[in-house]
Design a protein around this ligand. Sequence first.
Ligand code: MN
Length: 268
Amino acid sequence: MTAGRPSPDNEQRPLLLVTNDDGVYAPGLLELRRALEPVGEVAILAPEHNWSAAGHTKTMHKPLRVNEAQLSDGSPALVASGTPSDCVALALLGILDRQPDLVLSGINLGANVGHDLTYSGTVAAAMEAVIWGVPGLAISLDTFEPASFAVAARFAAHLADHVLRERLPYPLLLNVNVPARPAERIAGVRITRLGRRIYRDALVTRRDPRGRPYYWIGGEPPSGHAEPGTDIGALAEGHISVTPVRLDLTDHEQIARLESWALTFPLA
Ligand code: MN
């Protein structure tokens, strides 16, 4: 199996692994691959179907298959039966002949901002890369409607070039969200913190043909608090948002406060 793998004569160029959570045939992945060609050699290993909102899922109880595939422009890719983060683990554990220098996940259809990061398969793939010590970028487009990925792809390639030169400290990933508008209407780039999503989920209860209830988590797409300094605020003002995200979820400021509780065990 050679399709989608790095070729030996290209070993001087950085190797970029591209994956996503919308599935290997999603248009955002193809656009990202094309934009990255000037930056380095691109290998693709992505899931065979859509895993949006699958989070950081690891497949541990069934085998994983990896097959060769062709994207719609005829370019080779590898497609895996597992999740986005499985794809990254497979690549870093040796499916590719050499280690990627950078993992890019996307371009996702739909922003990944605020608490979305805890659901996002797109971001989970970048997290998996960071766990293995490889820098990870997650790139998302702020629309759920079919749209052009060109602006997001161009910016992702620009940022990838920076990351390869500057490196990222462990355990950091960059979460990038791009407004769905033409380049001339992008206001600029903001380095942001995570904002606060407003989820509008609603429980939909229906009955199956045997009269038993089933449930669907439905409702309107999420909105958010467009506070200055946040990813949601940046998108609302037409800026590209770049958020540095640590895999260390510890709230360091709270350690002293919890210590003041003087918790002990065994109990008196
Ligand atoms: Mn998705």
